[in-house]
Design a protein around this ligand. Structure first.
Ligand SMILES: *Cc1c(COP(=O)(O)O)cnc(C)c1O
Length: 239
């Protein structure tokens, strides 16, 4: 094995052990939680090594990086998740390679993704990104719809051709009432997920938790954790 592959294997093993331990203490089966490795800022070669090590789900947050990476890795049959704030004019591109868009936070984006999916002849799973710190009618600083906008947006996704409503996603807020309270934040997201599933029983994905707080997410009931740094290393610069 190359040094890089060994490093990724060892990091993956540590993350896997953390997820397994968190599942065990929450009384959950390991299979209930899907690991998504966030490969943003890292090259397609790393994605290939991760696939060789058994990773099936990867995530990116910028279309201009994700599109060529997904194309370079098209032979690997990975599941590509888009997790970044998404401009409407990038929706068509994202709809051509993403399997899941986790950052749906406004009606205009739903329309654009739907058009892109139909055009590409693809079905996209969409998660509503919830900004737990946003007030009614606002979007959060890091994207996301305010909690009282979930229901309306969910109905738009559910009714849009080419899109499937997958569930909810959040990023633990840095400010506001949930700052530093990841566990409480993720439990709140689970409550919104329960409400959502009354009208949309199949929308059972709950994406929460990153390198620093995945244990809180698993404890709260997340079905998907998004881990970058703990697998690939600290990203140089912003990202
Ligand atoms: C970068 C990113 C992650 C991964 O964060 P780490 O702290 O590196 O694990 C998860 N979710 C989103 C939306 C991200 O942008």
């Amino acid at each position: 094995m190359t040094d890089r592959k060994e490093q990724l294997a060892s990091n993956l093993a540590q993350v896997e052990a953390r997820i397994a331990a968190a599942c065990a203490s929450a009384g959950r089966e390991r299979e209930e939680v899907t690991l998504i490795v966030v490969t943003k800022t890292y090259p397609a070669g790393d994605v290939r090594l991760l696939a060789e090590l058994g990773v099936r789900h990867v995530a990116e947050n910028k279309d201009q990086d994700a599109a060529p990476k997904a194309a370079a890795c098209a032979d690997l049959s990975l599941n590509w998740h888009f997790v970044g704030q998404l401009q409407t004019n990038k929706a068509r591109s994202v709809a051509s390679y993403a399997d899941v868009v986790q950052s749906v936070d406004r009606a205009k984006l739903v329309t654009a993704l739907s058009a892109g999916a139909v055009r590409a002849g693809r079905e996209l799973d969409c998660l509503i990104q919830v900004a737990l710190d946003a007030e009614s009618g606002e979007r959060g600083e890091r994207g996301g719809v305010a909690p009282d906008g979930i229901e309306e947006l969910a109905a738009e996704v559910a009714g849009a051709p080419g899109l499937r409503l997958g569930g909810l996603m959040t990023v633990a807020p840095l400010a506001g009432p949930y700052a530093g309270r990841q566990r409480a934040a993720f439990e709140r997201l689970m409550e919104f997920s329960s409400s959502l599933r009354v009208a949309h029983p199949a929308a059972n994905m709950v994406s929460a938790g990153m390198s620093a707080d995945l244990e809180h997410a698993v404890a709260a009931g997340a079905t998907h954790v998004r881990v970058g740094t703990a697998v690939l290393g600290v990203r140089p610069g912003l990202g």
